[in-house]
Write a protein that binds this ligand. Structure first.
Ligand code: NAD
Length: 269
């Protein structure tokens, strides 16, 4: 991957586990200085361990505690990063969670928590990133684009998901958040895209892969016949953040081993 992100500052939310960690490591290897956001005091140790792995390999970065659904904390996190490094070039809006329930049993708290983190959290972080990109203006010495935002969506921005309606609604909404942002700020050379993973092996979906039976059943949904790894998503995030993808904006890129190619039609229907 060499150093396609050299000299750039990348803030990755929810980076103390799973896909966010994979993206932080890949972006650091690609030359970016990475900000590893974690949500609370409980995840500080994990974030520090990831930063150590990155710096041991010659990378640079910092950790930043912030609940992405809290406006004051998000504003403070961006101010801290700008104070430390001068600016932000890349935002990866990755933090997210599930609170699954049958729809008729779903509490308002379960709905609000998922929408608050998965959707409002992406709004708050994207708003601070856009404000910083507009304040700072172009940095042609590091990138053709003035700023880049990558939204973590899901195959569930197009595949409905019974039993997970709060989650599916949050991801469907991210599609319009991302595309409308790309439309509104394209003329300022700000690129905004989404990554839509299928099944990636992380803590969020442990029951889907932690027994041979579960993994076997998951494979019936994945034509490519393997579960995805955080590194797969990290590689795509580096591409979308770099000038290699400079003409891509407003796009949802699926990374799902073919899950959205409708495996049930594999034999002709
Ligand atoms: P994960 O549980 O390992 O990671 C989610 C991260 O978000 C955690 O580090 C968690 O601490 C953080 N987070 C939660 N609430 C937060 C808050 N309020 N503020 C800041 N951080 C917070 O799971 P993951 O699979 O790595 O998920 C990352 C993203 O990828 C999520 O948006 C998820 O919806 C999306 N995704 C995952 C899969 C998959 O198969 N794993 C598929 C599609 C989409």
């Amino acid at each position: 991957m060499e150093t396609v992100l050299k000299g750039q500052i990348a803030l990755i939310t929810g980076a103390s586990s799973g896909i966010g960690t994979g993206i932080a490591k890949s972006m650091a290897q690609a030359g970016a200085t990475v900000v590893i956001n974690h949500s609370s005091a409980k995840s500080k140790e994990a974030a520090e361990a990831i930063l150590k792995e990155i710096t041991d390999e010659g990378g640079t970065g910092m950790i930043a505690q912030c609940d992405v659904s809290n406006e004051d904390e998000v504003i403070r996190m961006f101010a801290d990063v700008v104070a430390a490094y001068g600016t932000v070039d890349i935002l990866v809006n990755n933090a997210g969670l599930q609170k699954d329930a049958k729809f008729h049993e779903m509490t308002l708290a379960e709905w609000n928590t998922v929408i608050g983190i998965n959707l409002t959290g992406q709004f708050l972080c994207a708003r601070e990133a856009i404000r910083e990109f507009l304040r700072r203006g172009p940095r042609p010495e590091v990138s053709a684009a003035t700023g880049k935002i990558i939204c973590m969506s899901s195959v569930h921005e197009v595949i409905p998901w019974a039993g997970h309606i709060n989650y599916a609604a949050s991801k469907g909404a991210i599609k319009m958040l991302m595309q409308s942002l790309a439309q509104e700020y394209g003329d300022r050379q700000i690129r905004v895209n989404s990554i839509c993973p299928g099944a990636i092996q992380t803590p969020i979906n442990r029951p889907a892969w932690d027994t041979p039976q579960a993994l076997n059943s998951l494979m019936s949904l994945i034509p490519y016949n393997r579960i995805g790894q955080p590194k797969d998503v990290g590689n795509l995030a580096v591409f979308l953040a770099s000038d290699l993808s400079d003409y891509i904006t407003g796009a949802s890129i699926f990374i799902d081993g073919g899950m959205t190619v409708l495996e049930s039609f594999v034999d002709g229907g």
